[in-house]
Design a protein. Structure first.
Length: 243
Protein backbone atom coordinates (compact mmCIF):
# COMPACT_ATOMS: atom_id res chain seq x y z
CA UNK A 1 0.00 0.00 0.00
CA UNK A 2 2.87 2.40 0.75
CA UNK A 3 4.42 1.71 -2.66
CA UNK A 4 1.11 2.42 -4.39
CA UNK A 5 0.77 5.71 -2.53
CA UNK A 6 4.12 6.87 -3.90
CA UNK A 7 3.07 6.45 -7.52
CA UNK A 8 4.24 2.90 -8.25
CA UNK A 9 2.04 0.47 -10.18
CA UNK A 10 1.48 -2.44 -7.77
CA UNK A 11 -0.18 -5.70 -8.88
CA UNK A 12 -1.10 -8.07 -6.07
CA UNK A 13 -3.35 -11.05 -5.37
CA UNK A 14 -5.87 -11.52 -2.59
CA UNK A 15 -8.17 -14.37 -1.59
CA UNK A 16 -11.81 -13.19 -1.62
CA UNK A 17 -15.10 -14.46 -3.03
CA UNK A 18 -15.56 -11.58 -5.44
CA UNK A 19 -14.24 -8.14 -6.33
CA UNK A 20 -16.39 -6.12 -3.87
CA UNK A 21 -15.23 -8.41 -1.04
CA UNK A 22 -11.69 -7.10 -1.52
CA UNK A 23 -12.56 -3.91 0.31
CA UNK A 24 -13.65 -5.78 3.44
CA UNK A 25 -10.56 -7.97 3.26
CA UNK A 26 -8.23 -4.96 3.16
CA UNK A 27 -10.07 -3.36 6.07
CA UNK A 28 -9.81 -6.62 8.03
CA UNK A 29 -6.04 -6.48 7.48
CA UNK A 30 -5.96 -3.20 9.37
CA UNK A 31 -5.67 -0.80 6.42
CA UNK A 32 -7.46 2.48 6.98
CA UNK A 33 -10.36 3.31 4.63
CA UNK A 34 -8.73 6.52 3.38
CA UNK A 35 -5.61 4.52 2.41
CA UNK A 36 -7.74 2.01 0.49
CA UNK A 37 -9.47 4.74 -1.52
CA UNK A 38 -6.19 6.53 -2.18
CA UNK A 39 -4.17 3.52 -3.36
CA UNK A 40 -6.67 1.12 -4.93
CA UNK A 41 -7.53 1.69 -8.59
CA UNK A 42 -9.36 -1.48 -9.66
CA UNK A 43 -10.08 -5.05 -8.59
CA UNK A 44 -10.35 -8.08 -10.89
CA UNK A 45 -11.86 -11.42 -9.84
CA UNK A 46 -11.82 -14.44 -12.11
CA UNK A 47 -12.87 -18.07 -12.40
CA UNK A 48 -12.13 -20.73 -15.00
CA UNK A 49 -14.92 -22.53 -16.87
CA UNK A 50 -14.64 -25.46 -19.23
CA UNK A 51 -14.84 -24.47 -22.89
CA UNK A 52 -17.18 -26.45 -25.12
CA UNK A 53 -15.68 -28.14 -28.14
CA UNK A 54 -16.74 -25.97 -31.12
CA UNK A 55 -16.83 -28.99 -33.45
CA UNK A 56 -19.41 -31.08 -31.61
CA UNK A 57 -21.40 -28.89 -29.20
CA UNK A 58 -25.15 -29.17 -29.60
CA UNK A 59 -28.14 -27.06 -28.48
CA UNK A 60 -29.43 -28.00 -25.03
CA UNK A 61 -33.03 -27.98 -23.86
CA UNK A 62 -33.64 -25.71 -20.87
CA UNK A 63 -36.54 -24.83 -18.65
CA UNK A 64 -37.86 -21.32 -19.20
CA UNK A 65 -38.43 -20.83 -15.49
CA UNK A 66 -34.85 -21.87 -14.77
CA UNK A 67 -33.58 -19.20 -17.13
CA UNK A 68 -35.77 -16.59 -15.44
CA UNK A 69 -34.51 -17.68 -12.02
CA UNK A 70 -30.92 -17.34 -13.26
CA UNK A 71 -31.51 -13.70 -14.13
CA UNK A 72 -32.13 -13.85 -17.87
CA UNK A 73 -34.55 -11.05 -18.86
CA UNK A 74 -37.94 -12.27 -20.03
CA UNK A 75 -37.57 -10.54 -23.41
CA UNK A 76 -34.33 -12.49 -24.07
CA UNK A 77 -35.60 -15.97 -23.24
CA UNK A 78 -36.60 -16.69 -26.84
CA UNK A 79 -33.18 -15.83 -28.24
CA UNK A 80 -31.18 -17.42 -25.40
CA UNK A 81 -29.91 -20.75 -26.72
CA UNK A 82 -27.47 -22.61 -24.45
CA UNK A 83 -25.30 -25.50 -25.64
CA UNK A 84 -24.09 -28.73 -24.08
CA UNK A 85 -21.24 -31.18 -24.66
CA UNK A 86 -21.41 -34.10 -27.11
CA UNK A 87 -17.93 -35.50 -27.82
CA UNK A 88 -15.94 -36.09 -30.99
CA UNK A 89 -12.45 -37.10 -32.12
CA UNK A 90 -11.18 -33.52 -31.92
CA UNK A 91 -11.86 -33.39 -28.16
CA UNK A 92 -11.19 -37.09 -27.41
CA UNK A 93 -14.93 -37.63 -26.89
CA UNK A 94 -14.93 -35.35 -23.86
CA UNK A 95 -17.06 -32.55 -25.24
CA UNK A 96 -14.70 -29.91 -23.86
CA UNK A 97 -11.58 -28.33 -25.29
CA UNK A 98 -9.65 -25.99 -23.01
CA UNK A 99 -10.89 -23.45 -20.53
CA UNK A 100 -12.19 -19.91 -20.66
CA UNK A 101 -11.91 -17.14 -18.07
CA UNK A 102 -14.97 -15.67 -16.39
CA UNK A 103 -14.08 -12.43 -14.70
CA UNK A 104 -15.39 -9.24 -13.19
CA UNK A 105 -13.64 -5.86 -13.12
CA UNK A 106 -14.55 -3.28 -10.48
CA UNK A 107 -12.93 0.14 -10.94
CA UNK A 108 -12.86 2.32 -7.87
CA UNK A 109 -15.39 4.92 -8.94
CA UNK A 110 -15.82 8.05 -6.86
CA UNK A 111 -19.17 6.76 -5.62
CA UNK A 112 -17.51 3.60 -4.28
CA UNK A 113 -14.75 5.60 -2.60
CA UNK A 114 -17.32 7.66 -0.77
CA UNK A 115 -19.08 4.51 0.44
CA UNK A 116 -15.78 3.05 1.67
CA UNK A 117 -15.04 6.20 3.66
CA UNK A 118 -18.54 6.06 5.17
CA UNK A 119 -18.05 2.42 6.22
CA UNK A 120 -20.47 0.78 3.78
CA UNK A 121 -20.87 -2.99 3.78
CA UNK A 122 -19.82 -5.32 0.98
CA UNK A 123 -23.42 -5.71 -0.16
CA UNK A 124 -23.85 -1.96 -0.43
CA UNK A 125 -20.61 -1.64 -2.39
CA UNK A 126 -21.69 -4.37 -4.79
CA UNK A 127 -25.12 -2.82 -5.31
CA UNK A 128 -23.63 0.58 -6.05
CA UNK A 129 -21.02 -0.92 -8.39
CA UNK A 130 -23.74 -2.71 -10.38
CA UNK A 131 -25.62 0.56 -10.65
CA UNK A 132 -22.47 2.17 -12.07
CA UNK A 133 -22.04 -0.57 -14.69
CA UNK A 134 -20.20 -3.33 -12.83
CA UNK A 135 -20.64 -6.83 -14.33
CA UNK A 136 -20.55 -9.64 -11.78
CA UNK A 137 -19.05 -13.10 -12.25
CA UNK A 138 -22.56 -14.50 -12.65
CA UNK A 139 -23.34 -12.02 -15.42
CA UNK A 140 -20.08 -12.85 -17.17
CA UNK A 141 -20.77 -16.59 -16.94
CA UNK A 142 -24.25 -16.16 -18.41
CA UNK A 143 -22.76 -14.19 -21.29
CA UNK A 144 -20.41 -17.12 -21.99
CA UNK A 145 -23.43 -19.44 -21.98
CA UNK A 146 -25.25 -17.13 -24.39
CA UNK A 147 -22.24 -17.19 -26.72
CA UNK A 148 -22.12 -21.00 -26.60
CA UNK A 149 -18.64 -20.99 -25.04
CA UNK A 150 -19.51 -22.85 -21.85
CA UNK A 151 -22.45 -25.15 -21.05
CA UNK A 152 -25.56 -24.26 -19.10
CA UNK A 153 -25.81 -25.68 -15.61
CA UNK A 154 -29.05 -26.03 -13.70
CA UNK A 155 -27.37 -25.01 -10.43
CA UNK A 156 -26.95 -21.49 -11.79
CA UNK A 157 -30.67 -20.99 -11.41
CA UNK A 158 -31.79 -19.72 -8.03
CA UNK A 159 -33.57 -22.54 -6.19
CA UNK A 160 -37.12 -21.91 -4.92
CA UNK A 161 -37.35 -20.58 -1.41
CA UNK A 162 -38.18 -23.30 1.09
CA UNK A 163 -39.21 -23.14 4.72
CA UNK A 164 -35.60 -23.55 5.87
CA UNK A 165 -34.50 -20.67 3.61
CA UNK A 166 -37.26 -18.48 5.04
CA UNK A 167 -36.04 -19.32 8.53
CA UNK A 168 -32.50 -18.37 7.55
CA UNK A 169 -33.65 -15.06 6.08
CA UNK A 170 -35.62 -14.27 9.24
CA UNK A 171 -32.54 -15.02 11.33
CA UNK A 172 -30.42 -12.73 9.16
CA UNK A 173 -32.97 -9.96 9.61
CA UNK A 174 -32.43 -10.19 13.37
CA UNK A 175 -28.66 -10.00 12.90
CA UNK A 176 -28.99 -6.99 10.62
CA UNK A 177 -31.27 -5.32 13.15
CA UNK A 178 -28.62 -5.79 15.83
CA UNK A 179 -26.05 -4.45 13.39
CA UNK A 180 -28.05 -1.24 12.88
CA UNK A 181 -28.75 -0.78 16.59
CA UNK A 182 -25.05 -1.05 17.48
CA UNK A 183 -23.94 1.18 14.59
CA UNK A 184 -21.76 -1.50 12.97
CA UNK A 185 -20.46 -1.20 9.43
CA UNK A 186 -20.04 -4.92 8.64
CA UNK A 187 -21.48 -8.27 9.69
CA UNK A 188 -19.16 -11.30 9.61
CA UNK A 189 -20.66 -14.80 9.80
CA UNK A 190 -18.35 -17.82 10.02
CA UNK A 191 -19.29 -21.45 10.50
CA UNK A 192 -18.66 -22.61 14.05
CA UNK A 193 -18.17 -19.08 15.43
CA UNK A 194 -20.56 -16.43 16.71
CA UNK A 195 -21.38 -13.55 14.35
CA UNK A 196 -19.07 -10.56 14.59
CA UNK A 197 -19.84 -6.88 14.07
CA UNK A 198 -17.33 -4.29 12.89
CA UNK A 199 -17.65 -1.33 15.25
CA UNK A 200 -15.21 1.57 14.94
CA UNK A 201 -12.92 -0.58 12.80
CA UNK A 202 -12.77 -3.51 15.25
CA UNK A 203 -14.51 -6.89 15.10
CA UNK A 204 -16.70 -7.44 18.16
CA UNK A 205 -18.45 -10.79 18.78
CA UNK A 206 -22.21 -10.51 18.96
CA UNK A 207 -23.00 -12.10 22.34
CA UNK A 208 -26.78 -11.70 22.26
CA UNK A 209 -27.16 -13.25 18.83
CA UNK A 210 -30.21 -15.40 18.06
CA UNK A 211 -29.72 -19.15 17.75
CA UNK A 212 -28.66 -20.08 14.20
CA UNK A 213 -31.44 -21.81 12.25
CA UNK A 214 -29.23 -24.77 11.34
CA UNK A 215 -28.59 -25.45 15.03
CA UNK A 216 -32.31 -25.26 15.80
CA UNK A 217 -33.14 -27.64 13.00
CA UNK A 218 -30.44 -30.11 13.99
CA UNK A 219 -31.52 -30.10 17.63
CA UNK A 220 -35.13 -30.53 16.59
CA UNK A 221 -34.12 -33.49 14.46
CA UNK A 222 -32.22 -35.12 17.29
CA UNK A 223 -35.05 -34.65 19.80
CA UNK A 224 -37.68 -37.36 19.99
CA UNK A 225 -41.27 -37.07 21.20
CA UNK A 226 -40.94 -40.38 23.06
CA UNK A 227 -39.24 -40.37 26.49
CA UNK A 228 -35.72 -41.70 26.68
CA UNK A 229 -35.37 -45.25 27.87
CA UNK A 230 -34.45 -45.64 31.53
CA UNK A 231 -33.32 -49.25 31.38
CA UNK A 232 -31.22 -49.78 34.52
CA UNK A 233 -29.24 -52.50 32.82
CA UNK A 234 -27.50 -49.92 30.63
CA UNK A 235 -26.48 -47.71 33.55
CA UNK A 236 -24.09 -48.90 36.24
CA UNK A 237 -25.65 -48.68 39.71
CA UNK A 238 -24.00 -46.22 42.07
CA UNK A 239 -25.19 -48.09 45.19
CA UNK A 240 -24.40 -51.61 46.30
CA UNK A 241 -27.30 -54.09 46.28
CA UNK A 242 -29.02 -54.63 49.63
CA UNK A 243 -28.59 -57.92 51.44
Amino acid sequence: MKAALTGHLVLSTLHTNDAPGTISRLLNMGIEPFLVTASLNAVIAQRLCRRLCPDCKAPAATDEQALLDAGIPADQIGSFQPYDKVGCKNCNDRGFKGRVAVYEVMPMWDGLKELVINGASTAELKQEAIRLGFQTLRMSALNKVREGTTPWRRRWATPPRTASRRTTVANLHQLLKAMVEKGASDLHITTGSPPQLRIDGKLVPLKTNPSPPWRRSSSATRSSPTPRSTDSRRRPSSTSPSA
